[in-house]
Design a protein around this ligand. Structure first.
Ligand code: SF4
Ligand code: F3S
Length: 103
């Protein structure tokens, strides 16, 4: 599962698609955690898609991650600023790849 303390345990490696990326990032195998309020561990996400299909405010968008060992697509929390903290994505992800900081 995603480390919910990632913002303390990881270094910020940069930004992609307008969201923070928390390292380590060593493409194509290691892609880090994307987002801060809504965070997706790219090395755990297997592109199930339930988060993107069910988020009531369309926070997520697909991005291509060619040659990543787990899946060749991931969800970017592109619109994390719109998140209403419903926690649906956290509950529905089959591999616990998402953390939402509702505090
Ligand atoms: Fe969308 Fe709810 Fe997840 Fe926020 S917590 S990203 S609103 S599904
Ligand atoms: Fe990935 Fe989980 Fe969404 S596997 S696509 S973060 S439901």
């Amino acid at each position: 599962a995603i480390d919910s303390n990632f913002d303390q345990n990881r270094e910020r490696a940069g930004d992609e698609n307008g969201v923070a990326v928390w390292g380590p990032v060593e493409p194509p195998e290691k892609l880090g955690i994307h987002g801060t309020h809504v965070a997706v561990d790219y090395d755990i996400c297997l592109a199930d898609g339930a988060c993107l299909e069910n988020c009531p405010v369309d926070v997520f968008t697909w991005v291509d991650t060619p040659d990543h060992p787990v899946s060749e697509q991931k969800v970017e929390p592109t619109n994390e600023d719109q998140c209403i903290d419903c926690m649906l994505c956290v509950d529905i992800c089959p591999v616990d790849a998402i953390d939402v900081d509702a505090s």
